[in-house]
Write a protein that binds this ligand. Structure first.
Ligand SMILES: NC(=O)c1ccc[n+]([C@@H]2O[C@H](COP(=O)([O-])OP(=O)(O)OC[C@H]3O[C@@H](n4cnc5c(N)ncnc54)[C@H](OP(=O)(O)O)[C@@H]3O)[C@@H](O)[C@H]2O)c1
Length: 325
């Protein structure tokens, strides 16, 4: 089978496409015939050796996939050959087949195609966990989403609207903001052109925002925390800007605010029942048309490096997917 391989840490152009033996599913695993694989920011980090996981070489990047069950391990009872599923893999999905532990596999709703399913788990799973369990977002609250046209950001805009919040989308260009507006954002801020902090104060009559969803970090974190409301919650989701910010603790004190970490992969492993309930709600919203995942581009497997670069170079909107079958 064909797989995109990382043989040493380095840029995406060093990835190679090779034929390697198909994996064998272990007792609690399924073998997946991959139809499509989602590209996520962690793919840009894992190939450079900058991610929290460093798989042994050679490895394939690709943290999530959709496809059809091709074989099941001897202890697997609730999935069978031929089932359509989506899988959270961490890495290894930019390949024609992958073995995945069953607890990371979910059946795909009937109405969802493979491309959408490959783009769903990571972004919607993360943003749902962030807004529901970590922020306890309430109807009528104000939600600021930074990087609002990116993968997790756009999912947060849609979920925020579905939960009844007033959503302020912030991004670096008018085109990106248009994408957020189409996903339901109520207010837009272009942080390349105006001061994020000043715009937030203006849009909230000086009160600040209740919940800040931050997958970007760096200077935007510094500005956003200064425009948080009394009792506000700042969700630390990621650092796409490349700088992990530091917090003067008096800012949290002055607003009675919380800075809340979000690590969806760990949550899914530690609290599988809560994660399953999140996905039930997400699939319901999807079937009601409240969530409309945006896949802006599908690349063939041999161009996986270019797909990863489109995220690293800040060019991607919504989700980018690798089409494999
Ligand atoms: N905590 C968790 O459980 C979890 C789960 C999944 C992902 N994440 C993290 O969330 C972040 C976003 O992931 P994603 O897959 O949604 O990525 P993405 O689709 O590439 O979106 C990232 C957004 O960040 C903004 N950005 C600002 N500076 C950037 C830079 N120097 N390079 C690239 N983007 C930059 C971009 O928007 P503008 O151009 O509009 O600023 C872009 O749309 C990553 O840090 C990722 O590791 C965390």
């Amino acid at each position: 089978m064909k797989a995109v391989l990382c043989k040493a840490f380095g840029p995406a152009r060093n990835l190679v496409l090779e034929d390697i033996p198909a994996p064998e599913p272990k007792k609690n695993e399924i073998l997946l015939d991959v139809h499509a694989a989602g590209v996520n920011f962690p793919d840009t980090l894992i190939i450079e050796g900058k991610y929290q996981f460093k798989p042994p070489f050679p490895f394939s990047p690709g943290g999530e996939a959709s496809g059809v069950v091709a074989a099941v391990g001897e202890k697997v009872s609730h999935l069978k050959v031929g089932d359509r599923v989506m899988a959270l893999t961490g890495w290894g999905s930019f390949a024609e087949q992958i073995a995945v532990a069953v607890y990371n596999v979910l059946p795909i709703p009937q109405a969802m195609d493979f491309t959408t399913a490959a783009a769903f788990s990571m972004t919607y799973g993360t943003s749902m966990h962030a807004l529901r369990q970590r922020a306890n977002l309430q109807p009528g609250e104000t939600l600021l989403v930074l990087g609002a046209s990116g993968g997790v950001g756009l999912a947060a805009v849609e979920i925020g609207k579905a939960m009844g919040a007033r959503v302020i989308a912030a991004a670096s260009s008018a085109d990106k903001l248009e994408v957020a507006r189409n996903a339901g954002a109520d207010e837009l801020i272009n942080y390349s052109e105006s001061s994020l902090k000043d715009e937030l104060k203006r849009l909230t009559n000086g009160n600040g925002v209740d919940v800040i969803y931050d997958p970007v970090g760096g200077d935007l974190f510094d500005q956003a925390i200064r425009a948080i409301a009394w009792n506000g919650r700042l969700l630390v989701v990621g650092f796409a800007s490349g700088r992990i910010p530091e917090l003067p603790a008096n800012l949290a004190l002055l607003k009675g605010a919380s800075v809340v970490g979000v690590f969806w992969g760990s949550f899914a492993q530690r609290q599988p029942q809560d994660n399953a309930a999140n996905f039930q709600q997400l699939f319901k919203w999807y079937s009601e048309g409240k969530l409309k995942p945006l896949v802006s581009k599908v690349y063939p497997l041999e161009q996986a490096g270019e797909a990863i670069d489109s995220l690293g170079q800040r060019k991607a909107v919504g989700k980018v997917v690798i089409g494999i079958r």
